[in-house]
Each structure stands twice: as structure tokens, then as C-alpha cells.
Write a protein that binds this ligand. Structure first.
Ligand code: F6P
Length: 357
């Protein structure tokens, strides 16, 4: 059985992309007669016809490598059906590249936007298989995405290092963790790093409650406090606003990020010496953890098994200890915020960690 497979990575990168690519390729070569075409820079390469016929050896030595050997780009889903300034119909262009390359299927590694476009292409008649990656862990239908656990390890290491300097100086340190819409990364890293306060987009905070928690620690002679705040966290007042209104309100404030704002507020309200830290893209960089190497490989190999069995229009997922697949149409565009009854969130609350509400 011969199969021509196109593979691309789209959206923000994360550790484990190369491990997953390698998993697809190794299993495909093992299970059937595979030809693999690497599409450059995500859907952008599919639109522009930028690709490379890959050889077996190009998948060697990449298990531990961060980033993506294929390159990536963000191609917002909302613009996919919009004709661009050059008059290019992106969907038609992607279908043409698929056809010109005589592909039997397309494997797309990406997050939410990538899955929405994967579903669109599937509805347009292409054979598509998704692999869920993102440090945000916010793809519906999978317990975990690959890249998430590595980012938790990195963010936890940041908190650990901040902890020692916070202790020395008796300071309140506010650490801003990635995750605009979902707080999974902040929740897990905050708990693993022993944060005193964890603020998530899903749990609007009351700054008075945060100040009380910091003050109580100061009074109990634990002069330092560690606050893990998700970049997308918002106050109770802001949560009531529409997105545009919130953005306009924030533009009036003298802070360019949430951690800076909270540090300034606590310094004024409690009188503590406060600093903010934004580790940013460090959280997406470097080699995948052992957990993510295994998960990425399992996901990649399952994609090759699906190609062998000619099962398309699906994305690979983790369900407990099992690797499963969900229909793209069932998961594309469905949000996966941290639910109120999430067991890690409840654990944090029952530890006495202030969640800001
Ligand atoms: O989706 C992953 C993520 O790292 C988010 O946590 C973050 O909000 C966003 O990407 C940052 O995007 P960019 O790399 O385009 O600045």
C-alpha cells in the first residue's frame, strides 16, 4: 500500500512537535510504503505551494529537538475564506497544492485555530488528520496536548527560582504565565511551584482578596509571597465587560501586562515590595520533557495507524491512558477552559491557595 502524506505544523510552536513528526514518519515507513512531503510554515506553505519531499534520514535525530523542523506560522481561521490582497483564494489554493502533490492525506499538527482549518479542509473533501499540540492544553476532547507538560516543567522551574530570591528579599513576586484564554498552565505550574496565589482567566479575581492573602502572609512573618497569574487573567469588573470594552479600559491603564499591574496594586494596597516577572516564550522553547516525548510519539504513531486504516477527518487525543481519535467536526472550535470542579483546581483551593475569588 502506497501513501503520500503531507505534514505541516501550524500556529505557535511548542516542545514535542519534532518528536510527533518523527513518530508519524517512523510508523508510516514501518507500516506501509510511505512518501512524506513536508509543507513549510504551516497552512502558509500549503497556500503558497512551499514544500519539500522528505527522506527517511530527515526524521532522524529530531526526537529531542525543540521547535519544528518544518517551520510554522499563524494563519487566522477567521481569514481563511477571505480573498487576500493579491486576490488569492486560500482554501482553493490549499486544495490545489494538495491535489498537485497527489497527496492521500494531510497531517496537521497544531492548536485550536489549526484544528478549525483542518476541519474546514476535511469538509472540503481532503483527507485530514490532526495532532493536538499547545502549551495551553486547551484543545477539546483530549486530556492533554503535547507541549503542555514541558511548559509546566519550565514555568515551575521559573517559579522555583523566583521563590529563592523572593525569600531572600521578603518580596511579593508576581509571575505571569502564558495562557490567554485557558489557565491550565498557570494552575499546574502554580501548584507545582507552591504559589500562594493562583489567578486564572476562568476565575475572575478580586484584588482585595489577593491583597488579603498577601497581607496575611506578611503578618504571619512569611514576608514573601508568590503569585502565579495567567496572562489572560482578569478582575471581576473586567470579566463583566465585552472584549473590546475591556481592551479599551486596559489601554487607559499605565501597565502593559497583568503581572505589572497586580504588582503595582499590591505594593500600594499592602505596602509590600513587589516585582513582576514575565518568562514569555521561554515557556515554549527547548527540548520536550520525557513525558512529552512519549505522548508526541504515541500521537504521531497513532496518526500513521489511522492513515493505514484510512480513517480521516479526525484528530488524535489522550483519554486516560488510551490514545484515541475524535472527529474534527466534534472538537473544532470547542473551548476547553479549566472547569470549576477540575480536580487540580479543587486541590489548590483545598490547600488554602488563594484563587482570587
Ligand atoms: O498558544 C500558545 C501561546 O503561547 C499562548 O499561551 C500565548 O498567548 C500565545 O501563544 C502567544 O502567541 P505568539 O507566540 O504569537 O506571541
Amino acid at each position: 500500500m502506497k501513501r503520500r502524506i503531507g505534514i505541516l505544523t501550524s500556529g505557535g510552536d511548542c516542545p514535542g512537535l519534532n518528536a510527533a513528526i518523527r513518530g508519524v514518519a517512523r510508523a508510516a515507513y514501518e507500516l506501509f510504503d510511505a512518501e512524506i512531503i513536508g509543507i513549510r510554515n504551516g497552512y502558509g506553505g500549503l497556500i503558497e505551494g512551499e514544500y519539500q519531499e522528505m527522506s527517511k534520514k530527515q526524521f532522524s535525530g529530531i526526537l529531542t529537538l525543540g521547535g519544528t523542523i518544518l517551520g510554522t506560522s499563524r494563519q487566522p481561521f477567521r481569514n481563511m475564506r477571505v480573498i487576500d490582497e493579491r486576490g488569492v483564494d486560500k482554501v482553493a489554493a490549499m486544495k490545489k497544492t494538495y491535489k498537485d502533490l497527489k497527496l492521500d492525506c494531510l497531517v496537521t499538527l497544531g492548536g485550536n485555530g489549526t484544528h478549525k482549518t483542518a476541519n474546514l479542509l476535511s469538509e472540503e473533501g481532503l483527507n485530514v488528520i490532526g495532532l493536538p499540540k499547545t502549551i495551553d492544553n486547551d484543545i477539546y476532547g483530549t486530556d492533554f496536548t503535547f507541549g503542555f507538560h514541558t511548559a509546566v516543567d519550565i514555568a515551575t522551574d521559573v517559579i522555583d527560582r523566583i521563590h529563592t530570591t523572593a525569600t531572600s528579599h521578603g518580596r511579593c513576586m508576581v509571575i505571569e504565565i502564558m495562557g490567554n484564554k485557558a489557565g491550565w498552565l498557570t494552575l499546574y505550574a502554580g501548584l507545582a511551584g507552591g504559589a500562594d496565589v493562583i489567578l486564572l482567566p476562568e476565575v475572575p479575581y478580586d484584588i482585595e482578596k489577593v491583597a488579603e492573602a498577601v497581607e496575611a502572609r506578611a503578618k504571619s512573618k512569611k514576608a514573601f509571597s508568590i503569585i502565579a497569574v495567567a496572562e489572560g487573567a482578569m478582575s471581576e469588573e473586567e470579566a463583566k465587560m465585552k472584549k473590546k470594552e475591556r481592551e479599551a479600559y486596559r489601554a487607559t491603564l499605565p501597565y502593559d501586562c497583568i503581572s505589572k499591574r497586580i504588582a503595582a496594586q499590591l505594593s500600594e494596597m499592602v505596602g509590600v515590595e513587589a516585582r513582576h516577572v514575565v518568562p514569555g516564550h521561554i515557556q515554549r522553547g527547548g527540548s520536550p520533557s520525557a513525558y512529552d516525548r512519549v505522548l508526541s510519539t504515541q500521537f504521531g504513531v497513532h496518526a500513521a495507524e489511522l492513515i493505514r486504516d484510512e480513517i480521516y477527518g479526525v484528530t488524535v487525543a489522550l483519554d486516560g491512558n488510551e490514545i484515541i481519535h475524535n472527529k474534527l467536526k466534534d472538537i473544532a472550535g470547542v473551548p476547553k477552559p479549566v472547569p470549576k470542579d477540575d480536580h487540580v483546581l479543587v486541590t489548590a483551593r483545598n490547600m488554602g491557595i488563594c484563587m482570587g475569588d
